[in-house]
Write a protein that binds this ligand. Structure first.
Ligand code: MLT
Length: 248
């Protein structure tokens, strides 16, 4: 049944983390509308599922979420958000893509996923985080914000090896979402950390150019985990987007 309530904001986390990385967004954005952070399959409290793909994660999200949603996907969560936009366009009231991309892995990227799978099998999930650390946070965060480094390490270290391996396979095998971009017909916000080394600003602006009417905002001082590295700027951008487009 149609309702005038603002749509629920769904937050989808990055790899190799869980919904806890969205804690500050749940706290800051929850006043005017319902905010739901979800664990992707095999991460946090969500059980490991064989055959996890970005499409099957979008299907699970569709089963859990209310009818009308704004989906905010961070990196891996962004890949799932784009799968949701393709599979459930009628459920989508708005889209927020943070530090993510539409393109699939290239052959070198796929080889790197396989190397990470080997690292996880041999040394456990923290090895993946340690390998990613130089790229996942900006230099400023790494050298001056030790509490953020420790928080990311704490969340990454508690993921299971099976969950991390399942995530790496889903990342490696994800489809090209670029053709979906031209079909997105809802208000869309694209966020990117100024120093994001994994999905850099040039990638974000190419994606913005393909989504009609989308808005691109760069988060100052942040790397790839912009919601954790500069939560004040991230939350302000999301709140303004929701207020402007979704009549909260
Ligand atoms: C993430 O933050 O979710 C990952 O860096 C995404 C990726 O490696 O493609």
């Amino acid at each position: 049944m149609p309702t005038d309530d603002p749509p629920t904001l769904i937050l989808l986390h990055a790899f190799p983390l869980d919904l806890d990385m969205c804690r500050q967004q749940v706290a800051a954005l929850g006043g005017k509308q319902r905010v739901l952070a979800l664990d992707l399959p095999g991460f946090g409290q969500s059980p490991q599922r064989s055959g996890f793909t970005v499409d099957s994660a979008a299907d699970l999200e569709a089963q859990t979420a209310p009818d009308r949603v704004v989906v905010c996907g961070l990196s891996m969560g962004g890949y799932v958000a784009l799968a949701f936009a393709r599979r459930y366009p009628e459920r989508l009231a708005g889209l927020i893509l943070a530090d993510t991309r539409s393109e699939p892995d290239d052959p070198t990227g796929k080889q790197n996923r396989d190397r990470m799978i080997g690292l996880t099998r041999e040394f456990g999930p923290s090895a993946v985080y340690d390998a990613m650390l130089p790229k996942i946070l900006s230099e400023g965060t790494r050298t001056q914000r030790i509490e953020v480094v420790e928080e990311v390490r704490r969340i990454a270290a508690r993921q299971s090896a099976e969950g991390v391996i399942g995530g790496l396979i889903a990342l490696r095998d994800r489809p090209d979402a670029t053709p979906v971009l031209a079909d997105i017909a809802v208000p869309t916000l694209i966020l990117v950390g100024e120093h994001d080394a994994i999905t850099p600003p040039v990638v974000a602006s190419a994606m913005a150019a393909r989504i009609r009417g989308s808005k691109l905002i760069t988060i100052p001082g942040a790397g790839h985990l912009s919601n954790l590295e500069n939560p004040a700027a991230f939350n302000a951008a999301v709140a303004e987007f929701l207020d402007t487009h979704l009549c909260r």
